[in-house]
Structures are given as structure tokens and as C-alpha cells.
Ligand binder design. Structure first.
Ligand SMILES: O=C(O)c1ccc(O)c(O)c1
Length: 235
């Protein structure tokens, strides 16, 4: 029997709002039970992305910030399918990604990690799912970085994802990890997730997604809601 919060989130998959080892959750987690509010008419009828036009390079982080050369690092292509709990595709939905560069540094003033910025890499991109729920983007494999949670704490390589569901007010924010990363077992953010959920967050290396002489391919399918839902980020 799965543990549902407000008939909504399966806590056999999703992380708790407060996980003691993941220190920033101690201050920011709510101490009261969540209240799921009813969606307003404007949320339900608000704009969706059917007519949304993306820039031609939005889905290609290896090119969308080039100033004077190619970004440094291992090029990858990430591909997957977004479905609901019944396996039905979520089409024409906006998927946004952000990440550190190959050296483990974000382009953000708060990130003061002593690793180089890459003048040709911004680390943000977006794409839409097609009519079958499929998406694809190109990027540079993100590096690991220290994050001060505890002595010698390093985040495993990961890409942040944001996706919209059926309307503008339903949004999943999560992180995709890479198979075989030795840092996963030490990461309190990853370890806050129940075992079933953890597996859903690791992409798989896929030779059929790999593009010859260009980029290694990873597959990351995403399920919005239900008992095999992709875990959300507890923030
Ligand atoms: O929630 C945080 O504190 C936190 C810290 C480092 C990260 O890489 C991250 O994704 C979240």
C-alpha cells in the first residue's frame, strides 16, 4: 500500500520535505501538513504551450551560447518521453533544463566555486515535447561540484529539469542523474529519495540515441504523477 500525501504524492517515491542529512531542508521545509489548493479558473484556462515558438538553438546547449568557440566538455544528447500515469503522452509541453558546465560551475553570481566558467556555455536550454510526448536536447555533460552541505560533499553530475503538466499551474521540478556515478551513494539530496524513486531519476546510456562522431546518448523518460511518477525535488 503506497503512502499518499493528500491523495497526491506517493511518499514511497518522492522525498520528504525535510531530510535531516540534506541540511537546507531543515529550515525550509514546512512544519505543517501541506494544503493542496483548488485550482482557479485562470490557472486551468491559462495559456498552454500549443502555439509557443522556441528559438532554433534553444534545445542545443552546445551551441546556444557560443561567443567565440565550442564549449569544452563531453557532448551528450538526452532524449526521452513524457507521459502521464496511464502511459499517455504529454504532448506540446515545455521542458526546461539548467546545469553546471563540464568543470562543475554554474553561470550564477551565487556560484563562487573555484572552477572555470566556460565563455561559450550558459547551461540553460528548453524544448517542447512532440505529439508523442518525445523530447530531445543536446548539451555538455555537467561536472560534479562541492556544495558545503558537509565536509567533502560533492554533488553527482546532474541536470535540472522543469516540466509543465496539463495546465500552467502543474509543474514538476526534478534532477536527472547519470548511471554509475560514484558520488550518488554519498549525496544527501539523492539519498533523501526512497529507493523506488531513486531508480527513476537515473538516465540510461543508450547507443541507439548516441550520434556517431558527435555525442553520447542518454535516455530519460519522465512520468508525471501516479505510482511510477518521477520524483519531484523537495524545495
Ligand atoms: O537545495 C539545495 O540546497 C541544493 C544545493 C545544491 C544543489 O546542487 C541543488 O540542486 C540543491
Amino acid at each position: 500500500m503506497s503512502k499518499l500525501i493528500n491523495n497526491h504524492f506517493d511518499m514511497d517515491i518522492h522525498p520528504p520535505y525535510q531530510a535531516t542529512e540534506y541540511k537546507s531542508t531543515i529550515l525550509r521545509a514546512s512544519s505543517k501538513p501541506l494544503v493542496i489548493t483548488k485550482k482557479t479558473l485562470s490557472e486551468l484556462s491559462g495559456p498552454v504551450f500549443n502555439d509557443f515558438k522556441l528559438g532554433v538553438l534553444d534545445h542545443d546547449l552546445t551551441k546556444n551560447a557560443i561567443i567565440d568557440g565550442e564549449p569544452i566538455g563531453e557532448r551528450i544528447v538526452v532524449q526521452g518521453k513524457v507521459t502521464n500515469e496511464l502511459g499517455q503522452p504529454i504532448s506540446n509541453t515545455l521542458l526546461e533544463v539548467w546545469q553546471a558546465n563540464a568543470a562543475g560551475r554554474y553561470v550564477h553570481k551565487v556560484d563562487q566555486h573555484n572552477a572555470p566558467l566556460d565563455p561559450n556555455f550558459l547551461g540553460t536550454g528548453r524544448c517542447m515535447t512532440d505529439t508523442h510526448g518525445n523530447y530531445k536536447f543536446y548539451t555538455i555533460k555537467p561536472g560534479a561540484y562541492p556544495w558545503g552541505n558537509h565536509q567533502n560533499a560533492w554533488r553527482p553530475n546532474h541536470i535540472h529539469f522543469s516540466l509543465f503538466g496539463g495546465d500552467i499551474s502543474s509543474r514538476l521540478i526534478t534532477q536527472m542523474y547519470f548511471p554509475g556515478d560514484p558520488l550518488l551513494e554519498y549525496d544527501p539530496i539523492y539519498n533523501a529519495i526512497p529507493k523506488r524513486g531513486k531508480e527513476l531519476l537515473i538516465s540510461s546510456f543508450d547507443l541507439s540515441v548516441t550520434e556517431p562522431d558527435f555525442a553520447l546518448g542518454y535516455r530519460f523518460d519522465i512520468v508525471l504523477r501516479g505510482h511510477i511518477a518521477t520524483p519531484f525535488k523537495n524545495k
